[in-house]
Design a protein around this ligand. Structure first.
Ligand code: ADP
Length: 604
């Protein structure tokens, strides 16, 4: 597909015509210094013209004058902030535009220019699909513990204050290229991707999902960047307000324009210039480099700890792809992690669209160091073509229906004989959602040391072993202590007494508190990117609450229909209504830890 990718920044406009299948560019338009006397508009590196005070509209129309004969299938717009509302790209319609506009307070410096880009492009190309691709989408898998700031919960909730993360398209793209290069399923990898451009961020990617990232609610947090300071004691800003007379605008300018490498070096934000000055002995430039690489190493170490290890560290974007010096300094003390830099490979590394990955670690290095070409525009083109190609992709296609499973009993043949009389056949009254399973007319009394519960329904068909599934509240009431288990896993669980019309039976094991789980068909598993026995987190969709069920077990079987089962207690606690739906929030961490037989408590 021929996709036009539009990246509309505050003073710049990048427009790329890309064949989404091959990545081949058929148009490259760049406008810079927009809204200033020196505004320039270039196509394919040759200046079209300098248009004094050109704005985004004029620039786009100039590009259009060159482009209008082209067949264009769709337009992909890069959008910096999608809040937590857009976990994947969406087709743009008026509702989407309004939602992006509603999120503008989260990205006041970027959103107005994105909206401008969308509006002009929709005017010029009204008859083809426009798609919004968000920098934040890749990070919607962050677990709560990673996205939560330690502020009063109500205040944070009210103002949408949490970590969103940025550069998601780039982190996702380079991680996929790294996995291909390593010939390993991305779901078996822990990666740390370092996007080092004029803005810079690090991302911890476990099993293909972002589990932590250094940029926060805004792109100001984390690494030292071209003109932004990255992590900063919030007290510094209070101090400057009180003692240096800085108001909000002053602080905004300080944090966005005059800090970072530019502030430290005094020679501007361009790493090439800073490296040149440092080589010539300039102290400020040297400190800028040291502060930059120290912060970077700190994040790499932190993210290795977050994931309990790392298989590869990826360098990308302008500095990451081009600066052997920065990579050398960033990697020089990572041997303790098992990452050994090969200095020759590092010095000679060159990546481009045709050779997107180069390894710079020594042969045999346990952790591999890779340089990967970041092609955000191509990634956006690809995402756009996928959304347009699947015209039936509906928002919420990945929703999981939730069913509330009440206390129930499974019986084996011998137990049916004792409780209901020899040769009795269970009577199906209605089918359950999972094929072949049915609720029976038969009910039993469950007798515990403290109390009994009458009328507990038997489910068919008969099974090889008896199993009684109760909720936590039932346990307290009965006076028993049942382990949380997967259905069928009754080994070493306590017994219980059952009373039926024909007799009573005390089973010696089989009482469990069922673990919440999701049944799914292998096709669903592929769509969700999970495997049988993975453990995931599920967010419950509701307009006014954000609720997450952790420790949800995935069960994959040809016979299963997509459904999550929670018990009555949990449903009550979560105020789940009939027809409630969940969405997959985060897999990775839990699944991997469990596969390594690590305690789930570590995840808390
Ligand atoms: P963005 O797209 O965020 O504006 P880029 O990914 O293009 O940024 O990266 C810009 C940064 O990359 C600049 O700081 C620039 O100095 C740096 N850079 C580009 N080439 C080199 C190089 N050969 N050596 C060091 N830094 C480089």
């Amino acid at each position: 597909m021929n996709i036009l990718v539009i990246n509309s920044g505050s003073s710049s406009l990048k427009v790329d015509g890309i064949d989404s299948a091959t990545g081949k560019r058929w148009f490259v338009g760049r406008a810079e210094r927009l809204n200033t006397p020196g505004a320039t508009v270039k196509v394919d590196d040759s200046p079209l013209e300098t248009v004094v005070d050109a704005d985004h509209g004029e620039a786009l129309r100039k590009f259009w004058s060159v482009l209008s004969h082209q067949k264009i299938d769709a337009v992909g717009h890069r959008i910096a902030h999608g809040g937590s509302r857009f976990p994947r790209p969406v087709r743009i319609d008026d509702t989407v535009v309004h939602t992006i506009a509603d999120l503008a307070p989260l990205a006041p410096l970027h959103t107005p220019f994105h909206l401008k880009g969308i509006s002009i492009a929709r005017e010029l190309l009204p008859d083809i699909p426009h798609v919004a691709v968000f920098d934040t989408s890749f990070h919607t898998t962050l677990p709560r513990r990673a996205y939560t700031y330690a502020l009063p919960a109500d205040l944070a909730e009210q103002h949408g204050i949490r970590r969103y993360g940025f550069h998601g398209t780039s982190h996702g793209w380079v991680a996929a290229r790294a996995a291909e290069f390593m010939r390993t399923d991305i779901r078996d990898l822990r990666l740390i991707t370092c996007h080092l451009g004029s803005g810079a961020s690090v991302c911890a990617i476990e099993n293909g999902r972002s589990v932590d990232t250094s940029m926060g609610m805004t792109p100001l947090e984390g690494l030292v960047m071209g003109t932004r300071p990255g992590d900063l004691d919030a007290g510094v800003l209070l101090h400057l307000q009180r003692n240096a007379g800085l108001d909000v605008d002053g602080i905004e300018a300080l944090l966005n324009k005059s800090s970072g490498l530019a502030g430290l070096s005094g020679t501007g934000a361009d790493m090439r210039d800073i490296e040149g000055k440092a080589a010539a002995g300039d102290e400020r430039a040297r400190l800028a480099i040291h502060a930059f690489t120290h912060r970077l190493r700190k994040y790499v170490g932190a993210y290795a700890a977050v994931m309990g290890g790392v298989e590869a560290i990826v360098f990308t974007a302008g500095i990451g792809e081009n600066s052997a010096l920065i990579r050398h300094r960033a990697a020089q003390r990572l041997e303790f992690l098992g990452a050994r830099l090969d200095e020759d490979r590092n010095r000679d590394a060159k990546v481009d669209a045709d050779h997107p990955v180069v390894e710079i670690s020594e042969p045999g290095s346990r952790v591999r160091l890779l340089v990967v070409y970041s092609d955000e525009q191509r990634a956006i083109a690809q995402e756009t073509s996928m959304i347009v190609g699947k015209s039936d992709v509906v928002e919420g296609a990945l929703q999981i229906p939730i069913a509330i499973s009440a206390r129930h009993i499974h019986l084996n043949r011998a137990a049916v004989d004792v409780l209901f009389g020899a040769g009795h056949q269970l009577t199906p009254v209605f089918d359950l959602s999972q094929p072949g399973q049915f609720a029976c007319a038969e009910k039993l009394t469950v007798v515990g040391p403290k109390n009994s519960i009458e009328g507990v329904r038997v489910l068919g068909p008969e099974r090889p072993a008896c199993q009684v599934e109760v909720s936590r509240t039932d346990e307290f009431f009965l006076g028993v202590d049942a382990p949380v288990r997967d259905s069928g896993d009754v080994k070493n669980s306590p017994g219980i007494t059952l009373v039926g019309p024909a007799g009573s039976l005390t089973i010696t094991e089989g009482l469990i508190c069922a673990r919440r789980h999701i049944h799914m068909h292998p096709d669903d598993a592929r769509r969700f990117g999970v495997k049988d026995r993975d453990v995931v987190e599920i967010a419950i969709e509701s307009p006014d609450r954000h609720l997450i069920f952790g420790d949800v077990l995935i069960r994959v079987n040809e016979k299963f229909r997509l459904e999550m089962h929670v018990d009555t207690d949990e449903a009550n606690a979560a105020e789940l209504a009939k027809g409630a739906k969940g969405v997959l929030d985060s897999t990775g961490v839990a699944a991997k830890l469990l596969r390594r037989k690590t305690s789930f408590d570590e995840l808390a």
